[in-house]
Design a protein around this ligand. Structure first.
Ligand code: 5AD
Ligand code: SF4
Length: 469
């Protein structure tokens, strides 16, 4: 093993990047690297990047300017710093990164993470290198498992990647090009990882994948298992109290998975189900393979199976050809579904995707104005949902000290941050909390006298909010 060196990893973008960064740090830990939170102390700086929208990709170049200066300062002290760019920008832009930022030593895409120690050694020895091939071996099997000590430091909630890549080819999206084709991890390796996490104190696991509900990994019986079956199995790992999964495509939400929301008490009653638009014309142009009516009927079936279910979503405004009527259909869908929250984005043409070449690109000013209107509608829905939580008692999984001394912050079953006065000994545990106040970003509550494990039922109050078109 080489001498101890310091590693600084910065993640941009989605939860999968956060997970990948953890696995890279775990893998490098067994090669003598110790993580640091201070980039200026690091011998190796990894930027794990996101390419989903232009803004996300550009952030990387400004961060590269900052770390280049750190590298120069270290060189004055005769200390060598390696800069590596990982993630989807690395995959999509490859050599271009080194051309724009010559201080970068190594560029490697998501399919090369398991080879990182070897790639670093090579870059150190031979100079700059770029690796963006798609893997031929099982990357996950070659990444180091999370160590108990590292996991304990990370708390009560963890992500586990179960599926990577996407075969859907929505016309706006770079993911099928940067992450490649759908690939599901085998059940046993996922369960082994969840067991390690649970032993280290993790109570809530979120199974993640770009298209997680298309999961079809090999089960212990040699046949493919569905996500519903995997969730059921994960729920019996001792110590695991809560399960979530993200991100799902409406098309792959099958009856078995819908039934899991009725039958698995550990599956939290919150589902992120991106719809992107409320207009059938735009959904077709986006190649979403579902209509507005499909989505609404799916929501109805989900709510029938699990009346407590809260839904969140993603929206894109200003996709090529989006008329004022199309946009009005998106606003009306928001009102009709009554989401508990949603992310919304201005369409960003991504090089190499069909959307970028479509006629009818929308003016930036129009996109901005629509985004504002949509965000107002979503905020109203979210506020109504939060108001409906007032006076209710939820199980809260406490994660860390809160804003004020004596307070802890945790998450409700609906993922809302909840602040409550509680002893620090409750960190990592679930306790019942009655919601007493609704803040702008979190809920406030008091430990309930009754024991934990309150069943969640749908609030009596309806959360539908009328929004103007
Ligand atoms: N422009 C804007 N938003 C996008 N998303 C994906 N690609 C683009 C793009 N080109 C959004 C989608 C997706 C979320 C992760 O990012 O809403 O669900
Ligand atoms: Fe991108 Fe999701 Fe569509 Fe796949 S399903 S192409 S990840 S938006």
């Amino acid at each position: 093993m080489s001498q101890s060196r310091k590693l600084y990893v910065k993640s941009f973008g989605c939860q999968m990047n956060v997970y990948d960064s953890r696995r890279m740090a775990d893998t490098l830990a067994s090669h003598g690297y110790v993580e640091t939170a201070a980039a200026e102390d690091a011998d190796l700086i990894i930027l794990n990047t996101c390419h989903i929208r232009e803004k996300a990709a550009e952030k990387v170049y400004s961060e590269l300017g900052r770390v280049r200066r750190l590298k120069q300062a270290a060189a004055v002290e005769n200390r060598r710093v390696l800069i590596a760019v990982a993630g989807c920008v690395a995959q999509a832009e490859g050599e271009e990164i080194i051309r724009r930022a010559p201080a970068v030593d190594l560029v490697f895409g998501p399919q090369s993470y398991h080879r990182l120690p070897m790639l670093l050694a090579r870059a150190e020895r031979d100079g700059r290198a770029v690796y963006t091939d798609f893997a031929t071996e099982d990357k996950f099997a070659h990444l180091a498992p999370p160590s108990a000590a590292a996991t304990r430091a990370r708390g009560a909630c963890a992500f586990v990647t179960v599926q990577e890549g996407c075969d859907k080819f929505c016309t706006f999206c770079v993911v099928p090009y940067t992450r490649g084709a759908e690939l599901s991890r085998p059940v046993q390796s996922i369960i082994a990882e969840i067991e390690l996490l649970a032993e280290a104190g993790v109570r809530e696991v979120t199974l993640i994948g770009q298209n997680v509900n298309a999961y079809h990994g090999m089960g212990p019986d040699g046949g493919p298992w569905s996500l519903a079956r995997l969730l059921e199995r994960a729920g019996v790992v001792p110590g695991i109290e809560r399960l979530r999964y993200t991100t799902s495509h409406p098309h792959d939400m099958d009856d078995e998975l819908i039934a899991a929301h009725r039958d698995l008490p550990k599956l939290m009653p919150q589902l992120h189900l991106p719809v992107q638009s409320g207009s059938d014309r735009i959904l077709a142009a986006m190649n979403r393979s579902h209509t507005r009516a499909d989505y609404l009927s799916l929501v109805e079936r989900l709510r029938h199976a699990c009346p407590a279910l809260a839904l969140t979503s993603d929206f894109i405004v200003g996709f090529p050809g989006e008329s004022e009527d199309d946009f009005a259909a998106t606003l009306s869908l928001v009102a009709e579904v009554g989401f508990s929250g949603a992310f919304s984005f201005k369409y960003s043409p991504r090089p190499g995707t069909p959307g970028a070449e479509m006629p009818g690109q929308i003016d930036e000013a129009v996109k901005s104005e629509r985004l504002q209107r949509l965000q107002r509608a979503i905020d109203e829905c979210q506020a109504a949902f939060n108001r409906s939580c007032l006076g209710r008692t939820f199980d809260v999984l406490f994660e860390r000290p809160g804003r004020h001394s004596g307070q802890l912050v945790g998450r409700s079953p609906y993922l809302q941050p909840v602040q409550a006065t509680a002893p620090a000994s409750l960190i990592g545990d679930i306790a019942a909390v009655t919601i007493t106040e609704i803040g702008s970003n979190s809920l406030f509550g008091a430990l309930a006298a009754v024991g934990p494990r309150a069943a969640v039922t749908r609030p009596a109050e309806t959360v539908l909010v009328a929004t103007g078109a």
